[in-house]
Design a protein around this ligand. Structure first.
Ligand SMILES: [Zn+2]
Length: 271
């Protein structure tokens, strides 16, 4: 009788030992699994902090470019916004009043994503806009009110249809100026309305390089349209790889506009 008892006792000991070591094993595995989750997290937190710091200091030393998009919002705006977001770029949208009314949600999205909003008038018709100082002022005031109703933003940034030269004579400028509006032209014309596919990007890069050598901040005229949206990331890649930061136009920056010299004249009212 003693041998079976001894055998059972030994058998119990073996089972107990086996259970104990299995339990330890589980604990070790779960500790390892936990550390496998936490270690990379800790590392990525550190990495993020480092990259945030370096991004921040890099952003301060980057040269500014102003990307401006006229004639929107359109069906292409969302794609433009997505590309800008991907490259941490901000831009300025000079919008038409009827288009803002048509797509108020897009106008709101532009503001929510941190871009500047400006006005491009109502008719985009030179024969109406430049007909008189009062007509130009009314178009901009109407657009300003609509933008404010949609977004709550009161913008004084304006771009007149086709630019300020030649029809925005001194008397037009005085009227707009005395009503608080700031006229913005451009020093880089992308010609994105006439060039096909990504040709406009090559043209813009060439002009940016010339201005950069002269120490001049590029203000790039583009249009809120599909072909421009389709190839925008090529331009944004160039900018980020060459030390440029695309920034929005702030209200307190001295506006850049074409100088009339001897070129400005009143629009002939005959079509
Ligand atoms: Zn336009």
């Amino acid at each position: 009788m003693k041998k079976p008892i001894l055998f059972i006792f030994l058998a119990c000991l073996v089972i107990l030992y086996a259970c104990q070591s299995d339990f330890d094993g589980d604990q070790r595995e779960s500790r390892t699994n936990n550390s496998a989750i936490t270690t990379p997290n800790k590392k990525s937190e550190t990495d993020n902090q480092t990259s945030l710091k370096s991004n921040h200091s890099q952003e301060n030393t980057k040269r500014t470019v102003y990307l401006t998009f006229d004639d929107g919002p359109t069906a292409a705006t969302s794609e433009i916004l997505a590309a800008l977001h991907q490259f941490h770029a901000t831009a300025t949208f000079f919008m038409l009043e009827p288009s803002m009314k048509e797509s108020p949600e897009v106008v709101e999205q532009i503001v929510e994503e941190g871009h500047a909003v400006g006005l491009h008038g109502v008719t985009h018709d030179i024969y109406h806009f430049y007909q008189s100082e009062q007509a130009a002022l009314e178009e901009m005031t109407t657009a300003q009110k609509t933008l404010q109703q949609i977004t709550g933003v009161q913008s004084n940034l304006i771009r007149t249809p086709y630019g300020s030269v030649p029809y925005l004579t001194e008397s037009f400028r005085k009227v707009l100026d005395s009503n608080g509006f700031k006229v913005w032209d451009w020093n880089v014309d992308s010609s994105d309305w006439s060039l096909s596919d990504e040709e406009y990007v090559d043209s813009v890069i060439g002009q940016i390089e010339k201005l950069d050598k002269a120490g001049v901040t590029p203000i790039i005229l583009m249009h809120d349209k599909q072909n421009t949206a389709d190839h925008l990331s090529i331009l944004l890649t160039y900018l980020s790889e060459h030390g440029f930061q695309a920034r929005k136009i702030e209200e307190d920056i001295q506006p850049y506009n074409f100088n009339c010299y001897q070129r400005c004249h009143r629009l002939s009212t005959q079509k």
